[in-house]
Ligand binder design. Structure first.
Ligand code: NDP
Length: 301
């Protein structure tokens, strides 16, 4: 398997899982190293023969060291769209293309709502910065018809990925330990989430699924979220309860907007009720389907 972005939070978990299942994994990275090929190797030598390819690359959307400005927004686009295009072009040009090509995008394509529920089949059109990003990102992954006949195209749309070693939890644990945790915005907004092990599991499940020629060529979408539908309030209270810390300091939406920019604050202050309908129908078994089991594993309690 070839994984672009395999050195990141989700990529490390996926690499570990695939190796434990006996797969050989090569990471495609900006940095050379053992078990890796670089972006320029891919460009000059093409995609080495492999059964599956995954793109997990992208400048961190919640990078606390970067101000929300045009240069950051440009990097968010190019680090996703250019890498996705490069990998899909390498797949299309390969003498022996992989059986499966997985792009991991996000649920930001679905319009935030307190009531609407979205499955993989829900129609959507871009309405803001992040949904435009998802649109272009997913379009960049599309393979030409000739290759799409042999390579299954899959898109996994994760919610907030929860795990100890990265993502949102890494930034949240300290304020919660200090007793400074609280709901964000109204707290009533949905909080679509998934445990990092389950996201890696869904990607592996997609990679290992038998080729179903009836399902080719449009990309098969899997919502990468836990089946439990939680709000930000429920998440905050459960995390506080398990950490035995108070969660009495709500952060109003205007403060989040001022702190990290309104275009990305929407991820936290608004949310979507996302249902993993096709993921469940495909037979995927979650290890952490509910918040309590996921947070207990992450907190080690
Ligand atoms: P990470 O932030 O851990 O980064 C993934 C990898 O992307 C890095 O290891 C790096 O690989 C590569 N990368 C980082 N910046 C750039 C850049 N400017 N240009 C090119 N490559 C870059 O991501 P996660 O593992 O958390 O997420 C994986 C994917 O899933 C991302 O595309 C993310 O947008 C998406 N996602 C993540 C969510 C989350 O909560 N974590 C939620 C929803 C979607 P290297 O240095 O080896 O090149």
């Amino acid at each position: 398997m070839r994984i672009r972005g395999g050195s990141g939070f989700v990529g490390r978990e996926l690499t570990h899982l695939l190796r434990s299942k006996g797969h050989e994994v090569t990471v495609i990275s900006r940095q050379p190293g053992p078990g890796k090929i670089t972006w320029s190797d891919l460009k000059s030598k093409g995609l080495p023969p492999c059964e599956g390819a995954v793109n997990l690359s992208g400048e961190n959307l919640m990078n606390p060291l970067r101000w929300w400005n045009e240069s950051y927004k440009k990097d968010l686009f190019s680090s996703r769209i250019d890498t996705t295009k490069a990998l899909s072009e390498a797949i299309a040009a390969a003498a022996c293309p992989p059986h499966c090509w997985v792009l991991v995008s996000g649920v930001a394509c679905y319009k935030p709502s307190l009531t609407a529920e979205y499955t993989e089949d829900s129609e959507w059109t871009p309405f803001d910065f992040l949904s435009k990003l998802v649109k272009e990102w997913e379009a960049a992954a599309l393979l030409p018809q000739s290759v799409a006949k042999t390579t299954r195209q899959v898109i996994v749309r994760p919610g907030a990925v929860l795990g100890r070693d990265g993502g949102a939890m890494k930034q949240m644990l300290l304020p919660f330990w200090l007793g400074l945790g609280g709901t964000l915005g109204s707290g009533r907004q949905p909080f679509p989430w998934i445990h990092v092990s389950d996201l890696a599991g869904i990607i592996a499940h997609a990679l290992e699924a038998p080729v179903d020629s009836a399902a080719l060529p449009p990309p098969q979408v899997y919502n990468g979220v836990a089946p439990a539908l939680n709000t930000n309030y429920e998440f905050t209270k459960e995390l506080g309860r398990l950490m035995r810390r108070p969660t009495i300091f709500p952060v109003p939406a205007f403060a989040m907007n001022a702190l990290i920019g309104s275009e990305r604050a929407v991820i936290l202050t608004e949310g979507q009720r996302v249902v993993p309908q096709r993921t469940l129908e495909s037979g995927f078994q979650y290890q952490y389907p509910d918040l309590t089991s996921a947070l207990k594993q992450i907190l080690g309690s």
